[in-house]
Design a protein around this ligand. Structure first.
Ligand code: ME8
Length: 642
């Protein structure tokens, strides 16, 4: 960042099959903060975000809601955009992969890669995870069926496909890692390097079994194919700059990207496929790809079906947008996973923001009105507090490199040292006594604190822009590029001014404010709740449930229970599962042994009458009694029901 005049940074473009949660907000807030910092430094900054709208996942999600893919994409993309607008995310462009210019750019890129001989036609046979929109080989799957990334069942595919010669670029990609070390953090880079070293296979880049995607260029004349959603999506980073259009000035100005910020889930696509596509197109490679960790809720992945998704708007509404921004960036080291805790958020607000920073501003306003009618004159700061001032400048000088390495939590941690230093100096100097002996030194002390707040406000403004404007307003300057140069680069001391009284910036939080954030208890079997207002679930939500055929090996009555039988069921897992089922009134144990049943296989184990039950049988009950659901013909144990 330091030596370039322009700065182009991106977030992932988010799928429109779901609304934004704190994970999406996290990436976007990081990017927004970095973009604001670059602008403050006076760089010509271009910040891109948007939505990823094609692919099987979106087509199926739309269908499940009785909408066309475009109608559905318009609706969800609109929600993302409004949320970012409400969060005052300072993006320069919000791209949608359904934009005409984007589609044209994708076709152009496809054509160039094809003409170069990097694309050939073949047949794809293997497994596909619709949720991740990713192809997997048999050996990569868990239990030969489940996606290694998200754990959902994959689908078998056999279809004609165009392939990209990814393997051709293996060496060049490895060289790029070695020469430019583009991946941040290093630990994540090592994982990617190992993956590439294990060998890259050519990549299927078209699909024929659905329609919701960019058609191949006319010159290829193969209308049944659409472009694989990841090729389509990654190209957004250049089509947003006009790649493939009549006007490529932005492309010339901003490409290559200086920073792609992504979550660790999609690093592979950005650090392997993307550079290979760019090499094929003869374009420069991005300077950095930074992958952050995963936010969980009480240690679990957030998902709508679990009911544990944290809505960023609710958090921001309850605690203040900028407090939320600070918390997200300060709480978790970039690259590490983080668990959302309301208590941790409250502690950050009360300790870091209210006690350290807010208190400092209150103290300086209070003292200056008590002793000097609100006047602050910094002319003697260096005479009395040179050591403190130098210490502050040394800390501030160390901050920018931390930002380049995306060590934002560390950046904030270090920044807080200057606020602590200011509070400690007040504590040590006891201005309430000092004023009696040495008013000149007392004024210098206020000057020191004012200058610390001034420096701090610039460095914190990318994360908390509005709050820092309030500090700046109180201390009579503006946070802008000219003043960044004056105070941060050239280290000027503040001129004399009258401090303005302000409302406390960070009222203390006395009790938790999020009502809905308690994780929903697993709904009981009989009272299972419908997740959406309209009662519709997506295909993904359906596939979250793993249904399998099993054979009952053992069945016996549970003593003292009128309803329960204890079964041992073979689901082809090499061991039997114990399932406690409420079917005693309808089946005797002898009727069941040797028969097949349909089992919900990924249900959280639960205790019934003191016994663990590791699944649930599917049954239908009406006035004629209860009947178990069974396959029409015998099936192998563990056969999935789809
Ligand atoms: O992958 N914690 O879109 P997506 C942290 N369309 N970050 C999270 C998160 C969590 N729990 N959940 C989501 C796609 N994210 C593709 C991208 S780019 C050319 C195409 C963030 O909607 C994080 O940045 O699944 C992650 O990489 C991204 O959202 C995935 O968003």
């Amino acid at each position: 960042m330091s030596d370039c005049k322009k700065f182009y940074l991106t977030t992932p473009i988010y799928y429109v099959n779901d609304v934004a949660h704190i994970g999406h907000a996290y990436t976007t807030i990081i990017a927004d903060s970095v973009a604001r910092y670059a602008r403050l430094k006076g760089m010509d900054t271009f910040f891109l975000t948007g939505t990823d709208e094609h692919g099987q996942k979106i087509e199926e999600a739309a269908k499940a809601r009785g909408k066309t893919p475009k109608e559905y994409a318009d609706e969800v993309s609109g929600k993302f955009k409004s949320l970012w607008d409400e969060f005052e995310i300072s993006y320069d462009k919000f791209i949608r992969t359904t934009d005409e210019e984007h589609k044209k750019g994708v076709q152009k890129a496809f054509e160039i890669m094809f003409e170069k001989g990097d694309i050939y036609k073949g047949e794809y046979e293997g497994n596909y995870c619709v949720s991740c929109e990713t192809f997997f080989t048999e050996t990569q799957l868990i239990d030969k069926e489940f996606c290694p990334d998200c754990g959902k069942p994959t689908r078998k595919l056999k279809e004609e496909s165009y392939f990209f010669k990814l393997s051709k670029y293996e060496k060049d990609i490895l060289n790029w890692y070695k020469e430019k070390t583009p991946i941040i953090p290093k630990a994540k880079a090592n994982e990617v390097i190992r993956f590439v070293e294990d060998g890259l296979r050519d990549l299927s880049i078209t699909r024929t079994s659905f329609e919701w995607g960019v058609k191949l260029p006319e010159s290829i004349n193969d209308p049944k194919h659409v472009v694989y959603v990841w090729l389509d999506a990654l190209l957004n980073y250049i089509t947003a700059l006009g790649y493939g259009s009549d006007d490529e000035t932005s492309m010339e100005k901003y490409w290559p990207a200086d920073l792609h910020i992504v979550g660790k889930d999609i690093l592979k696509f950005h650090a392997i496929y993307w550079p290979a596509f760019l090499m094929s197109l003869g374009l420069e490679l991005p300077k950095n790809i930074a992958a952050h960790g995963w936010w969980t809720r009480d240690g679990e992945k957030m998902s709508k079906s679990k009911g544990n998704v944290i809505n960023p708007k609710e958090v921001a509404d309850a605690y203040g947008l900028e407090n939320f921004r600070y918390f997200m960036l300060r709480e978790v080291p970039f690259g590490a996973d983080g668990d959302f805790s309301e208590k941790a958020l409250i502690d950050r607000i009360n300790n870091d923001l209210a006690n350290e920073l807010g208190n400092l501003l209150n103290r300086i306003i209070g003292m200056s009105y008590k002793y000097f009618d609100g006047k602050i004159d910094s002319k003697d700061v260096k005479k009395y507090y040179l050591k403190e001032l130098e210490e502050v400048e040394t800390i501030l000088d160390s901050l920018e490199p931390l930002l380049y390495e995306m060590q934002i939590h560390k950046y904030l941690e270090e920044l807080w040292k200057v606020f602590s230093l200011a509070n400690k100096t007040i504590q040590d100097e006891k201005p309430w006594e000092l004023i009696k002996e040495n008013p000149e030194k007392t004024m210098a002390l206020l000057g020191l604190v004012a200058n610390i707040l001034n420096r701090g406000s610039f460095m914190l403004s990318p994360v908390m822009p509005k709050t820092m404007d309030k500090i700046a307003d109180s201390l009579n300057y503006k946070i802008d590029t000219v003043n960044y140069e004056k105070y941060i680069k050239n280290k000027n001391i503040l001129d004399e001014f009258i401090i303005k009284k302000t409302e406390p910036l960070f009222p203390k939080i006395e009790k938790p404010l999020l009502k809905q954030v308690e994780v929903k208890k697993e709904p009981k079997e009989e009272t299972k709740e419908v997740k959406n207002e309209d009662g519709i679930i997506t295909i993904d939500e359906f596939f979250n449930v793993s249904l399998k055929i099993g054979t009952v090996k053992v069945a016996e009555e549970v003593k003292k229970s009128k309803k329960l039988l204890r079964l041992e069921v073979d689901l082809g897992e090499g061991r039997n599962r114990q399932i406690v089922a409420g079917i005693k009134e309808f089946y005797s144990p002898e009727d069941l042994v040797g028969t097949q049943v349909a089992v919900v296989a990924n249900l959280k184990p639960a205790k019934l009458m003191g016994m663990m039950s590791e699944g649930m049988l599917l049954a239908a009950k009406d006035e004629n009694g209860l009947h178990l659901l069974r396959p029409e013909a015998p099936k192998k144990e563990g056969t999935p029901i789809k």
